[in-house]
Design a protein around this ligand. Structure first.
Ligand code: GUN
Length: 292
């Protein structure tokens, strides 16, 4: 079994970006500036956004965190989005999801300037991704592709089973894995809550990407020997014996599945850190595009 070490790989990618930023500074150029908008007090979102801002500091980006109360209205959030669109100092920004139920997520994402949409969630960017045009690819699927490429995992002609059809992970990764090019050319099955006989499909899979959010859902009897496993799930499971009051658990029962896998991502330390690294990569791209 080979560990797909997202922590190590993301540090390498961040070092590469930091070197680019250092050169920008030497040339007297403006460094990339990422902004994040966080509405409400969701614990997991707070942690993720905190990690994104800290990562910016580490590699020499400027960062701005806009924290808004849970009671923020859709109109108020739209006004902030317009402000960020118009602010020439901001190269890219994200609106952390999920948003409170009284705000229409789609309406907000549609209002983000596609040229600053480093999450790649705007329909114009998602469409370009699907058509293999240059764009911002959403950080999680981009991170998975980069991990497969850098570890030299063979995907061409393989059967990949993606579990979960979310707009952020399942749907885009199913498109990317089937496209031509490195870490592509796979034959993809996109499984979801209405899929019948899921275990029959996963047992045929050379590659499994699970983005479901159900702890330990994928068990050893659902996978074949030599399978490549990408675990996108990261659920907080309550545990009073731990200081934080919870532990992080992936979709895959790591202890048993790892014994059959050729490659597997751990949770934490797999896909999560790669997501942050690729968000930074997109922000660097945004800066370079704004300059061009
Ligand atoms: N919530 C969970 N993942 C993400 C992400 O990649 N970007 C944003 N904006 N929100 C998220």
């Amino acid at each position: 079994m080979n560990l797909l070490d997202g922590k190590k790989l993301s540090n390498e990618i961040k070092d590469e970006i930091a070197a680019d930023v250092a050169q920008m500074k030497e040339r007297g150029e403006k460094v990339p500036h990422l902004a994040a908008v966080l509405v409400g007090e969701d614990g997991a979102s707070l942690t993720y956004v905190g990690s994104k801002v800290r990562a910016c500091e580490r590699i020499g980006f400027e960062s701005t965190l806009k924290r808004l109360p849970e009671s923020t209205t859709e109109e108020e959030l739209l006004a902030i989005v317009r402000e960020l669109n118009e602010n020439p100092d901001i190269d890219g920004y994200i609106v952390q999801l999920p948003l409170p139920a009284h705000i229409d997520e789609q309406k907000i994402l549609m209002a983000v300037d596609p040229d600053k949409d480093v999450d790649g969630f705007h329909p114009a960017n998602f469409g370009k991704m699907a058509l293999e045009l240059e764009t911002f690819i959403s950080a999680t699927p981009y991170g998975i592709m980069e991990m497969l490429r850098r570890y030299g995992v063979e995907t061409s002609g393989k059967h990949a089973v993606v579990i979960g059809r979310s707009h952020i992970v399942g749907r885009p990764i199913s498109i990317l894995l089937s496209q031509k090019g490195p870490a592509g050319n796979a034959t993809v099955t996109l499984a979801h809550s209405r899929t019948k006989n899921l275990a029959d499909l996963t047992r045929q899979a050379d590659i499994i990407v699970s983005a479901l959010g159900v702890p330990n859902f994928v068990k050893a009897d659902m996978v074949k020997e030599g399978v490549v496993v990408i675990d996108v799930g990261i659920t907080r499971v309550p545990d009073e014996t731990r200081e934080r009051g919870y532990y992080l658990c992936g979709d895959v029962e790591f202890e048993t599945v790892s014994k059959k896998a050729s490659y597997i991502t751990p949770v934490p330390g797999g896909v999560g850190p790669m997501t942050i690294a690729m968000l930074l990569k997109n922000t660097l791209l945004a800066r370079q595009r704004h300059r061009a």
